[in-house]
Write a protein that binds this ligand. Structure first.
Ligand SMILES: Cc1cc2nc3c(=O)[nH]c(=O)nc-3n(C[C@H](O)[C@H](O)[C@H](O)COP(=O)(O)OP(=O)(O)OC[C@H]3O[C@@H](n4cnc5c(N)ncnc54)[C@H](O)[C@@H]3O)c2cc1C
Length: 404
């Protein structure tokens, strides 16, 4: 069943499916084994217009909002989350600029973001600041028209490959959480280098790097949203980005289920296809129901979100204001509880589905000749990045306490 009947959304699904099946599928095992970045996959997404789905037409995007982006993530993640991730980190890294950036910052950066010509990444985490983002130690000191950055970032997706990094820094350490700001740093800026590349359990087709800043001079014009606004921006960012992780997770779960059903129809034991055993079929039915529930949750949230998001984007361009200011005028709801619930439910579902599919298929699923072990390794990260699921529960709990 297709929940999304607009012609444009159906086309997004079809396009992303073609990229996933024709480009990602033949490459995923090779790049997973080599633990390397795959430029062909990124180029195919750029050519298909995936980077700009959520951005307005004025910047070369499709103007279709968060739903279209999530639909694309779902289709691509049915085959490989890691190969799709440059589009994910570009949205995550670019959203602060798009939501809070001044019109001239949008005009400067959004067109190349929309075309996929320039890749973006988002750098919040540090070695001692994971779940607790308020503990960041990277500093940015104003010196004339420049900020001077010192410190390092940890576990940064699309590290080394991205052209622009939206980096959380402390511009006023005395003010603690209220002294955190976001600044865009371009690859190649003197004083900005890459440190350790992680060797990972999964998500091996996307590079995860440390970023190192040593007396790195960044134009003050690259500050996003003003000094001290960093954590507010990150909170709003995650409200809009976490459904994208949920969509990745649902795509992965669906991909694992599809491979499983296909195999169990062919695999015969005791003179019958394994799928004909009722205990096996019932388990597939339970897993399918959970995936459908997750999918409904994701797209209900994104379609509600898009009403104000698309209106605010249009208004910001027409009246030369920020998207954030236009969103505030529209007085829409805060999405924190719903986005956290979607990420929590869908990532737990992905992990459960990948694990159970291995049991359902038996020995072959434990080998690298079959994609299920990769699905299980990749699923884990959806429970960790953009906040672990403990943190999602904390978000939901805080909302419940406020509401009560
Ligand atoms: C492959 C990969 C890619 C990543 N990509 C990026 C990226 O692009 N950009 C970026 O900025 N970061 C990125 N991260 C970092 C990621 O967001 C963090 O790993 C995550 O937020 C958790 O932080 P941590 O690993 O330091 O764990 P910790 O915060 O040290 O947590 C350890 C444990 O304590 C629990 N915990 C911590 N605080 C609480 C609490 N208050 N209540 C209950 N439990 C709690 C956690 O849930 C976890 O179980 C990436 C991580 C990975 C693994």
């Amino acid at each position: 069943m297709n929940y999304f009947t607009t012609e444009a959304e159906a086309k997004v699904i079809e396009t992303a499916r073609r990229v996933a099946q024709e480009v990602f599928k033949p490459l995923r095992a090779k790049y997973d084994d080599a633990e390397e970045y795959c430029p062909q996959a990124t180029q195919a997404m750029a050519k298909a217009g995936i980077f700009g789905l959520w951005l307005p037409k004025e910047y070369g995007g499709a103007g279709l909002g968060i739903t279209a982006l999530s639909l694309a993530f779902e289709e691509l993640s049915k085959v490989c989350i890691g190969l799709s991730l440059p589009a994910g980190t570009s949205a995550l890294g670019g959203m602060p600029m798009f939501f809070w950036g001044m019109p001239e910052q949008r005009a400067k950066w959004a067109p190349d973001l929309a075309s996929g010509k320039k890749l973006w990444a988002f750098a919040l985490s540090e070695a001692q600041a994971g779940s607790d983002a308020t503990a960041i130690k990277t500093t940015a000191k104003l010196d004339g028209d420049y900020y001077i950055l010192n410190g390092s970032k940890h576990y940064i997706s699309t590290g080394g490959e991205a052209d622009f990094y939206t980096v959380a820094v402390s511009t006023n350490p005395e003010r603690g959480a209220r002294g955190i700001s976001l600044i865009v740093v371009e690859k190649g800026t003197p004083g900005f280098t890459f440190g350790k590349k992680e060797r990972k359990m999964g998500l091996r087709t996307n590079p995860t790097y440390d970023l190192i800043f040593r007396d790195c001079r960044v134009p003050a014009a690259n500050l996003i949203g003003g000094e001290g606004k960093g954590l507010l921006i990150v909170q709003e960012l995650f409200d809009y980005s976490r459904p994208g992780i949920a969509a990745q997770a649902i795509g992965l779960a669906q991909g694992a289920l599809d491979e499983t059903v296909k195999f169990l129809k062919i695999r015969r034991q005791f003179d019958q296809p394994v799928i004909a055993f009722q205990s096996i079929g019932h388990e597939l039915a339970d897993l399918t129901a959970q995936v459908e529930a997750g999918r409904a949750l994701v797209y209900k949230i994104t379609s509600e979100m898009d009403k104000n998001f698309i209106a605010a984007s249009t208004a910001a361009i027409a009246s030369n204001t920020t998207v954030h200011d236009e969103l505030k005028k529209l007085k829409g709801p805060r999405w924190t509880k719903y986005s956290a619930a979607a990420k929590l439910f869908c990532s737990d579902t992905a992990m459960k589905v990948a694990d159970r599919c291995i049991n359902l298929c038996g020995g072959i699923a434990y080998t690298r000749d079959f994609p299920l072990e990769k699905y299980a390794r990749d699923a884990k990260v959806t429970q960790i990045y953009e906040g672990t699921n403990h943190i999602q529960k904390n978000e939901i709990m805080s909302a419940l306490i406020k509401e009560g």
